[in-house]
Design a protein. Structure first.
Length: 472
């Protein structure tokens, strides 16, 4: 109880003193309460920011501590927090606050555009670097070692094969303007001997694989260890409880899509989206694809674009201090990653909406589309493939099909589903069995070494499979 409320009761000498002393205090309290209620009513009806709300926005009252690692955010708290912020900005009068209100509304669109532009720039660097590094397994460009084979030969493709030695030329490549089998003196092979070329090819593939692994290992992080509680002591019959075994996580390993799904659902994974992971992810994707293994850059592009979105959005306090608002921008970032990977802005929006996002309001839909379009337009202008197109291949719809073709398409779809399901199950069984060996479990780099070695040995005899997986 406040001092002004206790004073009339404790210091009064009689009923008169108590009566005369308490009346003004009671009236003051009633007036203050009535004024507060009027202020709150005006705040609700007219969207006017009340005095208490203004103080709340400028103080630490109601402010939740920063989220702990590996916990979930408080969606309701962040919603209320953003509501107070909006009412503080839009409830004030004057030209200055009107400008700040308009700037706050436009900041989301500006951030979305910047994310798309930067994602396209990173994708351009990765595409160009991957094409150059992949061709280093075969040789180098004499006039510029940083040019890939196609750019060095000005569109000529000196591919070797049984049909090409007879002077024949595939019609689909000829229509694209490529001179298949033509001489290219600008591109110098490492050696003219077949066995030497084979050894150099395998050696470069192994070196690229080890380089990708080494840079990925730099993102190792220890996860919180979990040990049995005191209530589980009976499970060990009074004996010593096992020590807590900590686990580790490599932030740049794999495609990153499962981790991004967890983040967008509200989970906090520290260091997953920082600048170091972005750089390592890009470098690792370049060397991993350059090995020739059956993988691509499309999955890592989702992680890379999300890193770009997190780094850009955290520059603004309304995204940095609000986990809910931050995830709105991360959803748009994921769409830009798919957009620059496949040249499909609408496909990126659908991927973000259907597959990876948990919270996706209507305003995020339009910003996601805007972010995807910005990334696709900038990547097309940068022209990483030298063809003026977003992707290496495209579909033409001028062909007419008969009924038998559609039957074949149905059979191909069924076969793809069956073989895809079998491949997923067999891959899971193989991974569990192969990684159960102690040598592989303790030295995971050896697994990558063996996979790259077997892949390179099987790919080199076929001239079509010598190139990187995405170009093939």
């Amino acid at each position: 109880m406040a001092d002004d409320e206790r004073a009339p009761l404790l210091e009064g000498d009689g009923p008169e003193d108590r009566e005369h002393g308490s009346a003004p205090a009671v009236n003051d309290r009633r007036l203050n309460k009535s004024a507060r209620q009027d202020d709150e009513a005006a705040s609700i009806v007219k969207s006017h920011v009340s005095v208490s709300e203004r103080k709340l926005a400028d103080s630490a009252v109601g402010e939740r501590l920063p989220y702990n690692d590996y916990t979930t955010i408080d969606w309701l708290h962040d919603l209320a927090k953003d509501s107070y912020r909006l009412r503080t900005i839009h409830g004030r009068q004057g030209i200055r606050y009107k400008f700040l209100s308009l700037l706050d509304e436009a900041s989301g669109w500006m951030v979305a555009a910047l994310i798309g532009i930067l994602t396209a720039c990173v994708a351009f660097l990765v595409d160009v670097a991957e094409a150059t590094v992949s061709d280093w397994k075969l040789g180098y460009c004499k006039r510029n070692p940083f040019l890939d084979r196609e750019a060095c030969c000005d569109g000529r493709m000196p591919v070797e094969g049984p049909d090409l030695h007879r002077g024949s030329e595939p019609s689909h490549l000829a229509k694209l303007g490529f001179e298949v089998g033509a001489a290219c003196p600008e591109f110098v092979e490492w050696t003219s001997h077949g066995a030497g070329q084979f050894a150099v090819y395998v050696g470069f593939a192994l070196a690229f694989g080890l380089a990708s692994v080494c840079v990925t290992l730099t993102t190792k992080r220890s996860l919180p260890a979990a040990s049995p509680g005191t209530g589980d002591i009976d499970l060990y019959h009074g004996g010593p409880r096992p020590m807590a075994r900590g686990k580790t996580m490599f932030m740049a390993a794999g495609s990153g899509i499962p981790e991004i799904k967890a983040v967008l659902s509200g989970f906090e994974i520290p260091y997953l989206l920082d600048l170091r992971v972005l750089v390592v992810k890009a470098i690792g994707a370049v060397f991993a694809v350059a090995t020739g293994m059956s993988l691509g850059k499309e999955g890592p592009f989702v992680h890379i674009s999300t890193c770009v979105g997190w780094l850009v959005a955290r520059l603004l306090p309304k995204y940095r201090d609000n986990g809910r608002k931050m995830r709105e921008m991360l959803s748009a970032s994921c769409a830009s990653g798919i957009s620059v990977a496949f040249g499909a802005p609408i496909g990126g929006v659908l991927f973000s909406y259907e597959e990876i996002s948990t919270y996706f309001p209507r305003k995020v839909l339009w910003r996601t589309f805007f972010c995807s379009m910005a990334g696709a337009i900038v990547l097309k202008a940068l022209n990483p493939h030298g063809t003026g197109k977003l992707v290496l291949f495209e579909a033409h719809y001028g062909t007419s099909y008969s009924a038998i073709h559609y039957l074949v398409f149905v059979v191909l779809g069924i076969a793809g589903g069956v073989f895809g399901g079998l491949f997923c199950k067999l891959n899971f069984i193989w991974s569990r069995w192969f990684r159960s060996f102690r040598l592989i479990k303790e030295h995971p780099v050896l697994e990558v070494f063996l996979v790259v070695l077997v892949t390179a040995l099987m790919q080199y005899p076929n001239p079509i499979t010598r190139g990187p997986g995405d170009a093939m």
